[in-house]
Write a protein that binds this ligand. Structure first.
Ligand SMILES: Nc1ncnc2c1ncn2[C@@H]1O[C@H](COP(=O)(O)OP(=O)(O)O)[C@@H](O)[C@H]1O
Ligand SMILES: [Mg+2]
Length: 472
């Protein structure tokens, strides 16, 4: 019963099963083998396998089967190493590069009662489906990995585009902010300038009046006391009631302080006007940058000398077509900032705390440009501030010391010269500002003069080039 069952299974199982003896004579040939080879069991049993199927790999197969006879252990060959043994057609249409049924082959020793290998059973399993799936999988893997490579490249491109965009956005923002504030500032400066002017002039007059009144009061008091000594006491009481002594002392101080306050307002207004380039009377000339620097350093010398030593490292550079007063303004703003980076207390005498280095040079990459650098070893600028230092009114300094306009004015001027400004700073180590200017601004001059001539209103619009530097 058991034998019958296994015979039935071997006969009907959906893989090829046949046996051969040591001379490779076919002993058994199941249905799968019959239907796929097209040869019945009757026609092949008793025949030599290699004679019956000359297309079989003769040497390899003989050796494989002989090996099983000799060693008594099973052997195996997979479709990946030897795609097929018999050239069978696959039951489903075979696609692409697959030209015949793929087969896994097992070679099984069959022993007789004495334990000798009497025959070798060969089982052939159709693995075409696996092979097709595997091929598809590989194909897909190839596509995926090439897509992945492409995506990586795209991603890189996108990242760098993104960075460029952020950079451009930052620049645009800066230029828009400056243009808007520039217009606003010009208007405000204009409006404030007049009242400040007459208040200041009134204060000067008032200062004179107060002095005269004080003199008059003193003289009157003296005259009355001399003429009528009996009134001396009454006058003293009156003076005490009016707290005259304090008033006399305080009035000039008040006037003085008010004048100082107004002077401060004036400075801001001037800064604002510079910032918006309200004066279109500036003249472009071929100027010696070192002379611009030196004249500025002379002006700020007093302000700077208690804070820092000035070190000059000048290179040989050509004259630059520019508006010299504006370049001086740039140097002034940068040097004052550098001095202030060493601490606020200018009045404190004693050894200077640091060094401010002023350097000049030619742009190595582009000989049509020169640069000047103001470097300090002061407090440095924290990264979160770096993006904002060119913003109008951004200041970290106490009221009265910083208006936050210095760098935005500087930025505006440098841009009007088609230059660039960059900054490198490390907190606690110092800051270096670098301004690069084109040597020949003659084209700019023409453009700018044309602008000035077509100007109708009193306000000069700030002109910023599209290419703006970023605070690095
Ligand atoms: N050399 C420098 N060292 C440290 N901080 C600086 C330096 N230059 C500029 N800054 C920072 O940038 C801010 C803006 O500068 P600025 O526009 O000149 O305005 P202000 O000097 O009036 O504050 C300063 O308040 C300061 O925080
Ligand atoms: Mg400043």
């Amino acid at each position: 019963m058991k034998t019958k069952l296994s015979e039935a299974i071997v006969e009907r199982v959906n893989c090829g099963v046949f046996t051969v003896d040591r001379e490779l004579r076919i002993l058994m040939w199941n249905r799968f083998m019959q239907s796929h080879s097209g040869r019945s069991a009757e026609s092949v049993v008793g025949m030599n396998l290699l004679d019956a199927f000359p297309e079989l790999p003769r040497q390899w197969l003989s050796r494989k089967i002989e090996g099983v006879f000799v060693l008594g252990t099973p052997a195996y060959s997979s479709w990946e190493h030897r795609p097929y043994l018999f050239r069978f057609e696959h039951s489903r249409p075979i696609t692409g590069t697959i030209d015949a049924m793929r087969q896994d082959c097992s070679f099984i020793p069959i022993e007789d009662e004495q334990g000798e290998v009497a025959a070798v059973g060969i089982a052939i399993v159709d693995t075409t489906d696996v092979c097709i799936a595997y091929g598809e999988l590989q194909e897909r893997e190839k596509t995926v990995s090439s897509a992945l490579a492409e995506l990586t490249v795209r991603n890189k491109q996108l990242t760098s585009l993104n960075e460029a965009l952020a950079h451009a956005h930052q620049q645009l923002l800066q230029s828009e902010k400056l243009a808007a504030i520039g217009q606003l500032a010009a208007g405000v400066a204009h409006e404030i300038n007049n009242p400040v002017g007459f208040v200041l002039s009134n204060l000067n007059t008032l200062d004179g009046y107060v002095k005269t009144l004080i003199r008059y009061a003193a003289d009157t008091e003296r005259l009355v006391s001399d003429a009528a000594p009996s009134l001396k006491n009454d006058i003293r009481v009156l003076a005490e009631q009016a707290d005259l002594e304090y008033l006399l002392a305080d009035a000039p101080t008040l006037v003085h302080e008010s004048k100082e306050g107004l002077a401060r307002v004036r400075t801001i207004v001037v800064d604002l006007r510079d910032f918006s380039r309200i004066d279109s009377t500036h003249v472009w000339e071929l100027a010696d940058i070192h002379r611009c620097i030196e004249s500025t350093l002379n002006i700020v010398h007093n302000e700077v000398k208690y804070c820092a030593h000035l070190v000059r490292e000048y290179a040989e550079i050509p004259f630059v077509r520019c508006i010299p007063s504006q370049i001086s303004q740039v140097v002034l703003n940068l040097v004052v900032n550098a001095a202030q980076a060493y601490g606020a207390n200018h009045e404190q005498h004693g050894a200077p705390r640091g060094t401010i280095t002023v350097r000049t040079g030619m742009d190595r990459a582009d000989p049509s440009r020169v640069w000047l650098e103001i470097a300090d070893a002061g407090c440095g600028i924290p990264p979160e501030h770096l993006k904002r230092i060119f913003d109008p009114f951004f200041t970290t300094k106490p009221v009265g010391q910083g208006t936050g306009l210095g760098l935005s004015v500087t930025y505006g001027i440098v841009n009007a010269h088609r230059g660039t400004i960059s900054v490198v700073s490390t907190v606690g180590q110092g800051t270096t500002f670098r301004v690069t200017l084109p040597v020949d601004g003659s084209l700019i001059e023409e453009a700018s003069n044309a602008e000035a001539h077509t100007q109708t209103g009193p306000l000069d619009e700030i002109v910023l080039p599209a290419q703006l530097p970023a605070a690095t």
